[in-house]
Design a protein around this ligand. Structure first.
Ligand code: UT7
Length: 331
């Protein structure tokens, strides 16, 4: 296996979640659901919602980035590229990444968004890493941020209990040691768009009175096929990235799965034979924050990560998009 001379290491991680807590008890007063159903079918206890008027995805991301810069003693001017994974851009255009840079005072960078739903952070992470590995840049920020509450129908109990708002960001810097991103495996299958999408607001069905009347500016999900494809896709790509780097699941210190449903996470862990104590889980606190789940997991578990840990991130989302990234923690 070819080993790059320079790897991209995650040298800092920071999350941001809004203050407002949408509990299962509160959801019981909004739609026909129960705390019991939500807990047993999804593992979610509460999620955060951005309620501040005039605030959007870029504001959550900007807060995460500001704290990331402070924490890593990095001046905003030092950042050369910022990539943002999101499906809830502040606007259809311009992109959110450049808005984040403007809000944070990152003046010497360029940026763009990656639209890969729940795989957005992972796709963006690999893209950012390539600019470090090639020697092009020394400081890249990768963000995963979504304000899912802006596209959720709070009369649809099958989706509104699942999603939440949040943002996470990592700093990537060159590493000439073994630390850093080792390899990634990605797949896509556009035929999966049937099961997870938002019909209107794009070029196919531009916004109209009719699309509003038909509630087409909200997330549609056919949960069962997505559930099955998610378990299969995450399991297979973790196996694939380990196998081609001469590792087995026994070598994995931490599995970091996309937080869509606790039952999906448990199934993936079981199929890979990775014990639960090695699997990062915070879905109970935040629900599914789409592109933000992986950096929010790394943020919550940061104190427990040790240099040399073999970390495997995996995600599955709308598109379908999915994959797994293997990295050695440390800088
Ligand atoms: O992040 C991107 C990828 N997304 C995912 O990976 C999500 C994958 N899918 C899922 O996590 C699950 O399919 C859901 C959590 C969305 C749904 O769970 P499920 O076990 O697949 O439930 P279901 O849709 O088959 O519904 C079972 C029953 C239905 O009632 P009947 O038809 O059996 O009478 C639903 O109407 O549960 C009902 N139900 C609810 N009941 C109470 C659905 N949502 C709710 C609810 N509260 N919130």
């Amino acid at each position: 296996m070819h080993m790059a001379a320079t790897r991209a290491a995650i040298t800092g991680v920071q999350g941001y979640v809004p203050d407002f807590v949408l509990s299962n008890a509160l959801l019981e007063t909004m739609v026909d659901t129960t705390d019991e159903w939500i807990r047993t079918r999804t593992g979610i206890e509460e999620r955060r919602i951005l309620k501040e008027p005039g605030k959007a995805t870029s504001d959550m991301a900007a807060r995460a980035c500001q704290q990331l810069l402070a924490k890593t003693n990095t001046a905003p001017e030092e950042i050369e590229l910022l990539i943002c994974g999101t499906v809830t851009a502040d606007m259809i255009f311009p992109d959110t990444a450049n808005t984040i840079c403007d809000k944070v005072g990152i003046r010497n960078a360029w940026g763009f968004d990656v639209n890969a739903a729940c795989s957005g952070f992972l796709y963006a992470l690999t893209t950012g890493a390539k600019f470090i590995e090639s020697g092009t840049y020394k400081k890249v920020i990768v963000v995963g941020a979504d304000m899912m509450s802006s596209i959720i129908d709070y009369t649809d109990r099958t989706t509104c209990v699942i999603f939440g708002d949040g943002a996470g960001a990592v700093l990537l810097e060159p590493s000439t040691s073994e630390f850093g991103i080792i390899d990634s495996v990605f797949h896509g299958d556009g035929s999966g768009r049937e099961y997870l999408h938002m019909i209107a607001g794009g070029s196919l069905h531009p916004a109209s009175h009719d699309t509003v009347d038909q509630r087409q500016h909200y997330v549609f999900q056919d949960g069962k096929p997505v559930f099955k494809a998610a378990v299969k896709g995450m399991t297979e790509t973790v196996q694939e990235v380990l196998r081609r780097n001469g590792l087995t699941t026994d070598d994995v210190t931490w599995l970091v799965p996309h937080q869509a449903n606790k039952r999906i996470i448990d199934s993936v862990g079981k199929m890979l034979d990775i014990p639960a104590e090695k699997v990062m889980v915070n879905i109970q606190k935040y629900g599914n924050t789409t592109a933000a789940t992986l950096p929010l997991c790394l943020w919550d578990y940061e104190a427990r990560l040790k240099p040399g840990d073999n970390v495997v991130l995996t995600a599955f989302g709308g598109g379908f998009t999915w994959g797994a990234t293997l990295l050695k923690w440390g800088k």
